[in-house]
Design a protein around this ligand. Structure first.
Ligand code: HEC
Length: 152
């Protein structure tokens, strides 16, 4: 069993460059029935400060493209496609928020929100994005830690 798993890790190392040892690979994330993900993707506590910068970074989370966030009024553009994230840390549990970040399709059927920790199953994909996730496992944990600070 162990050998098989090691082989699988070695085989995927070339394509899944973002998945480091000790992290849950995108295809191995376990979802609950309502889309929540109980287990940390990395086992390392999320850093809310880095999470905030990933959140507003237009090339990373780009969350403000679709969401308002009153805690970031220094940022010019706030989108209205999704609900405001004010107080979202009080509305959802840690596991629910992790599930929404990893693949919101499991929580919200047919949502426009992108999956941030999925590396296959996209309908259209540029070759340079193949085998890559939008965010790394630790970036997901960091954004999650930031979302938990948005409480009411
Ligand atoms: C392309 C638009 C889009 C982007 C980009 C996006 N979301 Fe969303 N998000 C949505 C929509 C739409 C919903 C509402 C769910 C639905 O479709 O019913 C949602 C729902 C959510 C919810 C649940 C909202 C609540 O409090 O009730 C959270 C949390 C969330 N998004 C976080 C994020 C974070 C964090 C990012 C950036 C890493 C992000 N979203 C990026 C569109 C987006």
């Amino acid at each position: 069993m162990i050998n098989k798993k090691l082989l699988a890790i070695c085989a995927s190392a070339a394509t899944f460059a973002t998945v480091a040892t000790g992290q849950v690979a995108p295809g191995e994330v376990v979802f609950g029935e309502t889309g929540a993900v109980e287990a940390s993707l990395t086992g390392v506590a999320g850093d809310p400060v880095n999470g905030a910068s990933v959140f507003k970074n237009r090339k990373k989370g780009n969350c403000l493209a679709c969401h308002g966030n009153s805690a970031m009024l220094d940022q010019l553009f706030h989108g209205e496609i999704g609900p405001s994230l004010d107080g979202t840390g009080s509305r959802w549990s840690e596991a629910e928020l992790r599930g929404i970040l990893v693949n919101s399709k499991n929580t919200f059927d047919g949502t426009m929100m992108p999956a941030f920790y999925v590396d296959s199953g996209f309908t259209r994909i540029l070759p340079k994005f193949e085998g890559k996730t939008n965010l790394s496992a630790q970036e997901v944990e960091d954004v999650l830690a930031y979302l938990q600070t948005l409480s009411e």
